[in-house]
Design a protein around this ligand. Structure first.
Ligand code: NAD
Length: 473
């Protein structure tokens, strides 16, 4: 049910009051909420799978693996590691400052807003929430209106498991999100596209609200011609087929040496046939496109390409299905290079050298991920040092998301802010610095008070005269 706009400020105020009451402070209380989140995912998994089947045609295995499983694993691990994360830190300081007891307290940011998209609606709603719960924040969850069955389900199941005084779901579209964005929050965690991110950032600026923007973009794949082309095709295809290519880290386009292009196309053909022997159109293992609009967008991109469609996937507009489609000889300026594809279309851009591939990547906004297939360590290091992207992944696609200890982030157009486990906890935590000056320190502090003797000035300004070592350049 869509949340009444008039109730939204009251929801925020209630969450703020809960935060101030201290309910979310005790670590065991936070751990209990994290276990409840895991319980919710485990107990309600059939309803979740059904909802995502209805909204996205998402295969059950994909939902259990990447959404339900991810939430259970993340919530349990967060609960287990939380006591360690939340420990007050005592930094190493010079001897003369030790008696001041310098400390870094881990303070929850407060009442936060989490806005999530439709493509992985479960994990992208609850992954940030895990960090917010662990940090001791209260939170509003705003799931996407493009997955209405799932968002409605959250309305029903979240209150059964999580404390409603601390965590609330607000459902709706632009009017409801706009109302949320008018209010002051202590952090906004937005996952979605760059256009809406700009609306969110402008609204946040009015209140100086800190932000995480988890966005997308075109993640390229660079293939070294000496690499096993067959294996590269298989691993790229797997990453591209998840959720029918509707994932922020999907391989978006491929840069390959011109003379290896046809070998790559043949390898794609072989693996598409192996993954979907009867075609992907009716396969329960291949998802649908989220909306008619997106289906039309994808078929329009294809109809306008100047590249050669070498593997033409079948399209069924009525059921919003589109099979994997490979296009070769795609060049700068092509429709398939205009925007994030976010669907099962893979353009191949032939290049003559690694330098040309690097220049191609660097001429565009920084991607969320740069993928590269190579056994050559020099080439890998060249890509690390000569390009920029949120993450860089060698010799596989998509699988990096299972390494919870790695921070997940974008850079430039692909966003900013870090997430996954402790990184999400840190996002919702303020490092609150403290000293506690003992009375006995007065003797050492005496020289700071005016009027200053000459000796005091020399001591207080000593840093100004510190010798600077010669540079070794
Ligand atoms: P979406 O359309 O569901 O929008 C995301 C959220 O923004 C929704 O909750 C929606 O209600 C809200 N919204 C939409 N229009 C708004 C407006 N005018 N004002 C305020 N709020 C508004 O999802 P989407 O943006 O299409 O998601 C896909 C994009 O997200 C892709 O670009 C993808 O790469 C990116 N993405 C990034 C990550 C990541 O972790 N970096 C993960 C998934 C998706």
């Amino acid at each position: 049910m869509v949340t009444l706009v008039s109730t939204i400020p009251k929801i925020r105020d209630a969450l703020r009051a809960t935060f101030r009451s201290g309910l979310t402070r005790p670590i065991p209380w936070r751990q209990h909420q994290l276990y409840q989140l895991a319980r919710m995912a485990q107990n309600e998994r059939e309803l979740i799978c059904d909802a995502l089947k209805k909204d996205l045609g998402k295969p059950k295995t994909e939902v259990l693996m990447a959404e339900v499983g991810g939430v259970i694993e993340g919530a349990l691990k967060s609960a287990e590691r939380l006591p360690e994360w939340a420990k007050t830190e005592y930094p190493d300081v010079p001897d003369w400052q030790k008696s001041w007891k310098p400390a870094i307290y881990k303070a929850p940011r407060g009442t936060v807003l989490i806005i999530s998209p439709w493509n992985y609606p479960m994990i992208l709603t609850f992954q940030p929430l895990m960090g917010a719960i662990a940090a001791g924040c209260t939170a509003v969850l705003k799931p996407s209106e493009l997955v209405p069955t799932f968002s409605q389900l959250l309305d029903e199941i979240v209150p059964k498991y999580l404390d409603q005084n601390a965590y609330r779901v607000v459902n709706g579209a632009v009017p409801e999100t706009s109302k949320l964005l008018e209010l002051q929050w202590d952090h906004i965690f937005y996952t979605g596209n760059g256009r809406v991110a700009r609306i969110v950032a402008s609204a946040a600026a009015k209140h100086l609200t800190p932000l995480s923007l988890e966005l997308g973009g075109k993640s390229p794949v660079v293939i070294d011609s000496a690499y096993d082309i067959d294996l590269a095709a298989k691993r790229i295809l797997w990453g591209k087929c998840n959720n029918a290519g509707q994932i922020c880290v999907a391989p978006d386009y491929i840069l390959v040496q011109r003379d290896k292009q046809d070998e790559l196309v043949q390898a794609f053909q072989k693996h598409i046939d192996a993954f979907f022997p009867k075609g992907a159109l009716d396969s329960p293992l291949f998802g649908s496109i989220v909306s008619d609009l997106h289906h039309k967008r994808l078929t329009s991109l294809l109809s306008r390409t100047k590249g050669k469609v070498v593997l033409q996937g079948r399209a069924d507009a009525a059921r919003r299905r589109l099979e994997p489609t490979i296009v070769k000889d795609v060049a700068d300026g092509d429709s398939l290079l205009e925007e994030e594809i976010f669907g099962p279309i893979l353009p191949i851009v032939p290049v003559d050298s690694l330098d040309q591939a690097i220049n191609f990547v660097n001429a565009r906004p920084h991607p969320l991920v740069l993928y590269a297939f190579s056994d050559n360590e020099r080439m890998k290091q060249q890509l690390v040092s000569e390009t920029q992207s949120g993450g860089i992944v060698f010799n596989d696609t998509f699988q990096q998301l299972t390494v919870n200890e790695l921070p997940f982030t974008g850079v430039g157009e692909s966003g900013y802010g870090y997430q996954f486990m402790k990184h999400t906890y840190d996002t919702f935590t303020q490092l609150r610095s403290s000293i506690d000056m003992p009375k006995e320190a007065e003797a050492h502090l005496a020289m700071r008070y005016p009027p200053h003797s000459e000796e005091a000035v020399r001591t207080l300004t000593a840093a100004v005269y510190t010798p600077i070592p010669p540079s070794r350049l």
